[in-house]
Design a protein around this ligand. Structure first.
Ligand SMILES: C=C(O[C@@H]1C=C(C(=O)O)C=C[C@H]1O)C(=O)O
Length: 367
């Protein structure tokens, strides 16, 4: 069969016609959904109406992947849907997302992958600033790193959860590849800038190729790139995109200790999302260390309710020395469920204070 380019292009034109009509039909329904969400809210609370529903988006992505007959790759179709939903959110409300900046950070990457191009972004200097932007209502959503598969927990994020009222609304996992960027060559480098968690992910490379070189911790990897771009004999460890943004050369690619290096981010907001088919919940509590076995009794509550723990962490309570806050994440349960209400009540018998920090759709299998 001979293929005629003009005829094929006419076919594309006709399909685009239909696609545009369908996309706008979808956008109109999304506008109606936005109006329905507002109607369901107390008028005084209108400002906190949530347009971003990560649990629903997960269902849409799963459906799109399931229904895809090809030849489009599943990732391509999901990227298209990311943007369709981003535009749909922006139609419903002006949404501002705070992230640890400047532009080019992994938090920026994670934010874009979660919210797409149609919402607005506000770069923040520190993780604490991201929390503050959400607490003060300047941004409805914030994106903060929570843990890395090589370096472990991101301490400033854990510490902010102790005092803050913000809730976790979603989680997202980002594969992380680090680059050594500089204006100079590797032999002339005298100083390497990066975020401490990023430096911790590149120990093997730093010890073999840049042993003894001054390591300077920064608030973010993109701030590191910005600083390195202003100094002749400095380098930054950061995301590849920083090379173009900050005018730096790539000296080395993929310098992380393990190639499957991944960072988990949380999307924070003033409220968690509604239950989905598969949620996780992060709780925080302190135990009275004078009572022998208090932590063990607390953890046994989860076992008694058949809840699988997916993470446990502790941090100083900052109330008095040698007094700790424990963070426990459990799978298969939502903060609004009867089961979780019972767990919180039972934990109250052994723990000084118990707080649910958030409930979110489990993304581990999908991403
Ligand atoms: C349309 C909605 O609002 C947003 C947009 C979505 C979409 O375009 O499919 C899905 C979830 C929300 O983030 C909704 O809540 O269903």
């Amino acid at each position: 069969m001979s293929l005629n380019l003009d005829t094929l292009r006419l076919q594309i034109d006709s399909l685009d016609h239909k696609l545009i009509a369908l996309l706008n039909e979808r956008a109109q329904v999304s506008l109606d959904i936005g109006a329905a969400k507002k109607q369901a809210m107390d008028p005084q609370e209108e400002d906190s109406t949530h347009v971003y529903i990560p649990g629903r988006e997960k269902v849409v992505f799963e459906k799109v992947t399931r229904l895809n007959p090809g030849p489009l790759a599943a990732d391509s179709l999901c990227a298209i849907y990311r943007e369709i939903m981003s535009a749909s959110i922006a139609l419903q409300k002006d949404v501002m997302v705070a992230y640890l900046g400047p532009v080019g950070s992994f938090s920026h990457d994670a934010s874009m992958k979660r919210f797409g191009d149609s919402v607005q972004y506000a770069s923040q200097g520190t993780i604490a600033d991201v929390f503050e932007a959400v607490e003060r209502g300047r941004c409805q959503y914030g994106v903060v790193p929570f843990e890395n598969s090589i370096a472990g927990s991101v301490v400033p994020t854990l510490d902010k959860f102790v005092k803050s009222k913000v809730k976790i609304r979603a989680e997202t996992y980002l594969p992380v590849h680090h680059y050594l960027l500089s204006k100079s060559n590797i032999e002339s480098i005298r100083r390497v800038y990066s975020h401490p968690v990023a430096l911790a992910q590149c120990q093997t490379f730093l010890n073999s190729r840049l042993k003894g070189i001054e390591l300077v911790p920064c608030a973010s990897t993109s701030e590191a790139a910005q600083l390195a771009s202003k100094e002749k004999f400095a380098a930054a460890i950061c995301n590849r995109v920083c090379a173009e943004i900050y005018g730096l050369d790539i000296l080395h690619a993929d310098i992380e200790d393990q190639q499957d290096n991944t960072t988990r981010f949380f999307i924070i907001s003033d409220a968690w999302d509604a239950p989905t088919a598969n949620d996780k919940t992060l709780l925080m509590f302190t135990v009275d260390h004078r009572l022998p076995g208090a932590l063990c009794d607390g953890l046994k509550v989860f076992k008694d309710h058949n809840l699988n723990l997916t993470k446990i962490d502790s941090r100083p309570s900052l109330i008095r020395p040698w007094h700790y806050v424990f963070f426990v994440e459990c799978a298969g349960v939502h903060g609004d469920s009867e089961a979780m209400h019972t767990v919180v009540a039972e934990l109250g018998k052994y723990c000084l204070d118990v707080k649910i920090i958030g409930s979110y759709a489990d993304q581990l299998v999908q991403e």
